[in-house]
Write a protein that binds this ligand. Structure first.
Ligand code: URA
Length: 242
């Protein structure tokens, strides 16, 4: 089938020898250079182990998925443009640094993507946030746009698109189509994602060769209900209910 075995690797800092490092299942690799996978550090693997565990209760699920989301936002922001910027310190010396350049906004794919808004707000003060609601059309069983509310000037912004789960890619692809129809070029869209399937990556990255996708982990595949496997179940249910 489409399910590949999980690669395992020694995890830990380079100064440790292989025998000093534990082994864990790490993200599958991908062949697209538009896809950035977070470094497979002990922290990330341990955080993922908590949120994947079926016995993890809602409070812990929220706390630890928020930590992964924060890592994704920090990484995503590194891909935005900066310009050289020199400042004077209180002791009268200068520091040759950088300044952020360009306006940004977040766009969450409801409902699960809304869980990523807080992590973005923590990193970007007063960031504008739009929303897109896409649901499966009961008649055609294809994704359908039900609602969107986006900043008027979105075409002038860098857009961080938020959805924690990339399964088949249907919703994410429709969301990028909506953004492009509003005048946002692919080069200014960054898709932040916690867990992806290889099929979702393949579909998304092939369709949008200029959109950057930042994910924490590429999993093994999809089951017959299009849940990611091994996955973590229904992200929205675990974050918002129970
Ligand atoms: N959405 C989820 O919440 N979980 C999956 O496994 C796939 C899509």
């Amino acid at each position: 089938s489409d399910v590949k075995p999980a690669p395992t690797q020694c995890v830990g800092p380079d100064y440790r020898s292989e025998s000093q490092k534990p082994t864990a299942a790490v993200s599958a690799g991908v062949e697209f250079d538009t896809v950035t996978i977070l470094p497979q550090t002990p922290q990330l693997i341990a955080l993922l182990s908590i949120i994947r565990n079926k016995d993890t209760q809602r409070g812990d699920f929220i706390f630890y998925s928020n930590r992964i989301i924060r890592l994704l936002v920090e990484e995503g922001l590194n891909h935005l443009p900066t310009i050289e910027h020199t400042v004077t310190t209180p002791v009268g010396r200068t520091y040759d640094g950088l300044a952020f350049q360009g306006k940004i906004c977040g766009v969450s794919i409801m409902r699960a993507g809304e869980a990523m808004e807080q992590g973005l707000r923590e990193c970007c003060r007063s960031v504008r946030i739009g929303k897109i609601l896409i649901q499966r059309d009961e008649e055609t069983s294809r994704p359908k746009l039900f609602y969107d509310k986006l900043p008027e000037d979105i075409a002038d912004r860098w857009v961080l698109l938020l959805d924690p789960m990339l399964a088949t890619g249907g919703s994410a692809i429709m969301a990028v189509d909506v953004l492009k129809a509003r005048g946002v070029p692919e080069e200014r869209i960054f898709f932040l994602n916690v867990l992806a399937s290889p099929q979702g990556i393949q579909n998304f990255a092939t369709k949008f060769p200029k959109v950057r996708l930042v994910t924490a982990f590429v999993d093994q595949g999809l089951d017959e209900k299009n849940y990611i496997i091994p996955g973590l179940g229904d992200f929205g249910d675990r974050y918002y209910t129970r």
